[in-house]
Design a protein around this ligand. Sequence first.
Ligand SMILES: NC(=O)c1ccc[n+]([C@@H]2O[C@H](COP(=O)([O-])OP(=O)(O)OC[C@H]3O[C@@H](n4cnc5c(N)ncnc54)[C@H](OP(=O)(O)O)[C@@H]3O)[C@@H](O)[C@H]2O)c1
Length: 296
Amino acid sequence: MPQQRVAFLGLGIMGSRMAANLVRSGFAVTVWNRTREKADAWSAEHGGDVAASPAEAAAGADAVVTMVVDGPQVESLLLGPGGASDAAAEGTLFVDMSTIAPSDTRRIGAALAERGQRFVDAPVTGSAPKAQDGTLTIMAGGASEDIDRAMPLFEAMGEVIVHVGELGQGQMLKVIGNAVAAANLSTLAQAMLVARKTDVDLDAFTRVLGAGSGGSTMLTLKADALRRHDYTPLFKLEHMLKDVRLCLEEGQRAGVPFPAAAEVREVLTAGMGRGHAEDDFAAVLEVLEGLSGVRL
Ligand SMILES: NC(=O)c1ccc[n+]([C@@H]2O[C@H](COP(=O)([O-])OP(=O)(O)OC[C@H]3O[C@@H](n4cnc5c(N)ncnc54)[C@H](OP(=O)(O)O)[C@@H]3O)[C@@H](O)[C@H]2O)c1
């Protein structure tokens, strides 16, 4: 059983579950969270130590995992005042599992490399249920030797683990994937509203689409929640908007349009305007209902 010391920074929907799987797998975990009470509650449930700062968590750690919202947050936790890098030894492995801009990843990696520290990006898909079960898909970018070092951590948290390329390529693949997921969900919600208005039975809709080429993971995961207008946050709408924006920015830089992503960015933006930032991104349904005047 591994006894490596791991600092885990960020105990939100995903991080709280992922860190718990590290404890279950035998790692010695020290957690830090911006809101201290959440870290104390987590520790009372799962064990592990609570640190007062990212630096305190990182002191003596073999690996430092981040699971916060965006690039500026990761940069500040690792490289800002009281940041983890200052307290970590040379050779420490930093593993960022948040979804952030690939350019931020490369910049943070370069700064850590100047201090003799290692960095891999390892964003995930699977949302809260797979974070809970330790069955996330993990797409990792970085040097092979660093990915190898991180592999025991990945195996404790994930099921499908893919080394996708150099540092930053995990993030690039992740934001592309989320743009596809958001566009799929929006398309599904639009289709369900047409079905509702034209008196198509929605049970039949789900069964028939699911058995054919109109089916999708979003149909399987979200059709029932949409029908119940249940927006319990598994993946917050504001985070999905962040990822779609990041994908569009990278596409624009590369000179490649992604019209479906641009469309769903506007739908998600309208969701923000309607006050659904903290709701699940399934709340795009509210926007589409407003647009169509149809209630699902
Ligand atoms: N949920 C999903 O399905 C899912 C799936 C794949 C990837 N992701 C990605 O994983 C990351 C985390 O997502 P989540 O769903 O776990 O988000 P979340 O529930 O909103 O948790 C966010 C975490 O970041 C911390 N945080 C927020 N602002 C901060 C700041 N300024 N400084 C330091 N810490 C800060 C929060 O601390 P507090 O407790 O103090 O607020 C919390 O620990 C995001 O990049 C997201 O895009 C999410």
